[in-house]
Write a protein that binds this ligand. Structure first.
Ligand SMILES: C[S@@+](CC[C@H](N)C(=O)[O-])C[C@H]1O[C@@H](n2cnc3c(N)ncnc32)[C@H](O)[C@@H]1O
Length: 248
């Protein structure tokens, strides 16, 4: 799958993601994520932060409101438009950059923090991207990744059955049902060709980050109770979120 097709997929997903981010910005999740981010950033001074794959801008908005200088990057034009609109409504002014393979974005030794949520799993060349992020960080800068094994049901049949059972239970508790079968099938088709669909994470990340030179790599996996509604806790209990923090 080439980059253009992949970008079009994320353009088409921007509306659904925007709905999810509106809910996060306007409910208990915003404060929960502020605490989770602050615990990992662990500094009070304003920092230069790069939010890679910002989507509709959730991290970018809350990090800007926490006083940081945020650069938000995405290769989907529709995601960037949605993030700009959300930042305007929130009254913050981060810098937005729409990147494509033709854009030269290579800011060596620039950021105190590089952060991403639910982005690594989507990458075609995750090792190359992690090595770019290493170069873009200042010395002693921190990489903060949030993700989960979102596609484990494609790689493992038993997991798939457990996940489908949990989703049915979650729907009874109000988990949203989207009428987007075609888009979701397209997402599954893309995921079948992504390397990390078949990787053991976060162990895979730890090994690669260590090889790249990151130190003090810390993995946590105990925060789903803080960020999920009752229905989401059931839906995603077989796919726990994890965070990885590594220092350059
Ligand atoms: C699952 S969404 C997550 C959005 C956001 N981080 C969040 O948690 O709400 C993945 C995002 O990564 C972006 N993305 C995927 N691959 C990318 C790449 N190579 N460069 C920049 N953005 C990318 C997509 O366009 C999409 O906005």
């Amino acid at each position: 799958m080439n980059e253009v097709k992949h970008r079009i997929y994320w353009d088409k997903s921007a509306k659904i993601y925007d709905g999810i981010i509106q809910e996060e910005l306007n409910g208990f999740k915003k404060e929960a994520w502020e605490k989770i981010l602050q615990a990992r950033i662990a500094e009070d001074r304003p920092l230069q932060i790069l939010d890679v794959g910002t989507g509709p801008g959730f991290f970018t908005i809350i990090l800007s409101q926490m006083g940081h200088h945020v650069t938000a990057l995405d290769f989907s034009e529709d995601m960037i438009s949605s993030a700009k609109k959300n930042a305007d409504s929130a009254g913050v002014k981060p810098q937005f950059i729409h990147v494509t393979s033709d854009t030269s974005f290579n800011p060596e030794n620039t950021f105190d923090i590089i952060i991403s949520r639910n982005v690594t799993w989507t990458l075609h060349q995750p090792e190359k991207v992690y090595s770019d992020w290493y170069r873009w960080l200042k010395k002693d800068g921190k990489l903060i990744i949030f993700d989960a094994n979102w596609n484990i049901s494609l790689a493992n049949k038993i997991h798939g059955e457990i996940y489908q059972r949990d989703i049915k239970k979650a729907i009874q508790l109000g988990f949203p049902q989207y009428d987007e079968e075609e888009l979701f099938s397209e997402g599954d088709e893309i995921a079948k060709h992504l390397p990390l669909t078949f990787a053991m994470r976060p162990e895979w990340d730890r090994a690669i980050l260590f090889q790249l030179g990151f130190h003090n790599i810390q993995i946590e996996q105990d925060f789903d109770d803080l960020i999920y509604s009752k229905a989401e806790k059931i839906a995603y209990r077989s796919i726990p979120s994890f965070s990885i923090v590594g220092t350059k």
